[in-house]
Ligand binder design. Structure first.
Ligand SMILES: NC(=O)c1ccc[n+]([C@@H]2O[C@H](COP(=O)([O-])OP(=O)(O)OC[C@H]3O[C@@H](n4cnc5c(N)ncnc54)[C@H](OP(=O)(O)O)[C@@H]3O)[C@@H](O)[C@H]2O)c1
Length: 298
């Protein structure tokens, strides 16, 4: 009988972590660690919990993802987003296990003005980006076979995210505005795990840095408006039909600086897999039809 790989997934209480759990489950023996089972603020807890486990691959999606919280709590952000990751990478290297670490387009400063490639210089403009970039470097230095997967604005059915927030605004308000001068690539959790399936199945051994996002570029405003327009095609209309435009500088509640243009290129993924990441519009279409519209029609 074929021996199943043993995977550890850290962050299964989160959006991507729970999608990874569903994707890995049929193929691996999985140990799922949410914050309840492992608090990353404790290096000794990391040593105890991982020390007892034998595993082939460790998927690391847990992080403090609230960019403004990181800005105001840099020590906590550094502890969870960097120090914990460094320790996990060290322990995993001792066990000869591969680490797949999930990082972010926010490692870039947003000045390039065109799609970011893996080899572009990372120059984060906020604490979150700096803590994630440091973690990337520790993961890559710990073992040549490790992989850093950079994602952009994640959305999916596992947890409420931007499209759900837009719909709530459109239902509850008479008007609202979204930023038209910041651009990135929405990233559907279902498409991330589908793209990683060859790795999950053990058919490939990708390492280094890999960008993964839906293809195309949009502003927050274009993304939000597309969500409402797509829901209208499903027969759902709301108080707000046209979202107003604003500038990032109008949003006074944002504390951390955000890169103005952090869209990424999937060219390396295409080269490795011969597959194309679906467009962000196609991803939103599927999210609306499969999850959002049915939930709203209930
Ligand atoms: N979300 C995005 O738009 C985005 C964009 C680019 C890259 N990424 C990266 O992609 C990865 C997955 O993001 P996501 O959207 O799935 O994030 P998420 O839903 O916020 O999940 C992150 C998970 O980390 C856990 N966590 C936070 N602090 C912890 C601690 N001290 N100990 C243990 N667990 C802790 C959270 O636990 P609780 O559930 O208990 O809070 C949460 O379940 C992250 O590494 C993120 O940096 C995300």
């Amino acid at each position: 009988m074929e021996m199943k790989q043993h995977s550890v997934i850290i962050g299964t209480g989160g959006r991507l972590g729970s999608a990874l759990l569903t994707a890995c489950d049929p193929h691996h023996r999985v140990t799922a660690l949410s914050r309840k089972e492992l608090d990353l603020t404790s290096l000794s807890a990391i040593r105890t919990v991982l020390g007892e486990l034998e595993y082939d691959t460790l998927w690391l999606s847990a992080a403090i993802t609230d960019v403004d919280f990181c800005e105001t709590h840099p020590e906590v952000a550094a502890a969870v987003n960097t120090a914990a990751i460094k320790e996990i990478a060290r322990i995993s290297a001792e066990k000869a296990a591969k680490v797949v670490f999930f990082s972010t387009d926010y490692v870039f400063d947003g000045q390039k003005g065109e799609l970011y490639e893996e080899e572009d210089e990372a120059l984060p403009v906020n604490v979150y980006g700096r803590t994630k970039l440091s973690a990337e470097r520790h993961v890559l230095a710990a073992d040549d076979k490790n992989l850093v997967v950079r994602l952009s604005k994640l959305f999916g059915p596992q947890k409420l995210s931007f499209p759900d927030w837009v719909v709530r605004q459109a239902i509850e308000k008479d008007s609202f505005s979204l930023v038209e001068d910041h651009f990135s690539s929405p990233t559907y959790t279902e498409d991330v795990v589908a793209a990683l399936l060859p790795l999950i199945k053990g058919e490939t051994s990708w390492s280094g840095i890999l960008h993964l996002c839906n293809s195309g570029v949009c502003s927050w405003l274009e993304w939000g408006q597309y969500c409402l327009d797509r829901l209208a095609l499903e027969g759902l209309s709301f108080r707000v039909k046209e979202i107003d435009a604003c500038l990032m500088s109008d949003i006074k509640s944002f504390i951390a600086q955000r890169p103005a243009y952090s869209a990424m290129s999937n060219a390396r993924y295409h080269k490795l897999s011969d597959q194309v990441m679906p467009s962000w519009q196609n991803a939103v279409d599927r999210y609306v039809v499969d999850y959002l519209a049915p939930r709203l029609k209930k």
